[in-house]
Design a binder for this molecule. Sequence first.
Ligand code: NDP
Length: 408
Amino acid sequence: MNRVLIIGAGGVGRVAAFKCAQHRDVFQQITFASRTKSKCDAIVQDIHAHGWQEEIRTETVDADNVSELVALINDVKPNLVIHVALPYQDLTIMDACLETGVHYLDTANYEHPDTAKFCYAPQWAYQERFEKAGLLALLGSGFDPGMTNVYTAYARKHHFDRMETVDIIDCNAGDHGYPFATNFNPEINIREVSAKGRFFENGTWHETEPLAVKKIFDFPDGIGPKDIYLLYHEEMESLTKHFPEIRRMRFWMTFGQSYLTHLKVLENVGMTRIDPVMFEGREIIPLRFLKALLPDPASLGARTKGKTCIGCWITGEQRGQSKNYYIYNVCVHEECFTETGAQAISYTTAVPAVLGAKMILTGQWNGCGVFNMEQFDPDPFMNEIGSWGLPWIEILPEKGSPTSEVFT
Ligand code: NDP
């Protein structure tokens, strides 16, 4: 009997709960907990309205509080916690999993609320404790990080003897009709985008000013050419560690002009600050105040039209021949909404999370310690992810074509 506890009832938590309900053969007992229980209840009602009549227990939990988490886990007795609340709670939930003897999975690496910086060190530091406890912690099991790590491992296994460069390219070509909104948690999103860019080349990390490096990439499936901007993203840290042959690694994301203009103004007036400021006799954090004003990403589903396209462009060699390889998924916002009531960013994050959970519960991925996705055999994951809603396409672009020139 597999019992799973999902924590976090935002956009990603909604899709995770839907997907667990759709795969009752794997997840026989589901508990859904968040800071606000009514959000879990509303999602469960919607799951039932979509025709999935499974019983899902809902609970309140403050995941910043280890003893509350431990009490809930001891009551529910899950085999695995799927953590899709915020990166601030990674360590408290890992602590609670260790204390109760339960496997752990998340989609984003730890960040301290007071410092807009993320790296794997605080979570990799749990390696020995998870190993000794005979437990598995799977880190970054979303799309990017997550699916992109599996794509890279799959490419290395089937297409390359040696990878030379990896460029991860994330395009959201969807339109929600607002002049400015973020498609996942606004606080986490704005912290990520307004940070300095960083990429890896010849064994060293190089820093750039935020969004200072831009290219144009011609996306497939009718999406067409879009501006892409260089960002730092967490999967580069684990992929360059686990595939030390990679000479250069970069991460790119599309942004529309309206988003960039609004972001610049918000930065210029201090609204993206994360340090406390005094306002009418009390301290507020401007970015948290801004989050309260912006549309809730979980509410964007009904308004968002268009596609996402996220994938990896990899160069290297196989049997002495140099090679270009592009693997990607295209996801349609409207289809995600019809299936789960969420937009494609929540969908593309939660589907790999729930399939990652299946890999652990069925023992197809096993081990004791803290793991990133690329450390496991990509094949069982790739064999199933298409039927779970995220089919993938691979192409071998010819060298010298206009698109291949962007990344060589
Ligand atoms: P949302 O802000 O929509 O949802 C977060 C949820 O977590 C909210 O329901 C919130 O509850 C709950 N929560 C926050 N703090 C606590 C707490 N202390 N205890 C319990 N519950 C809490 O975020 P998203 O759903 O958009 O994103 C979820 C996660 O997915 C984030 O970590 C994000 O970084 C990650 N992500 C990963 C991606 C990937 O590809 N790897 C892509 C996109 C997102 P309440 O509403 O009651 O406050």
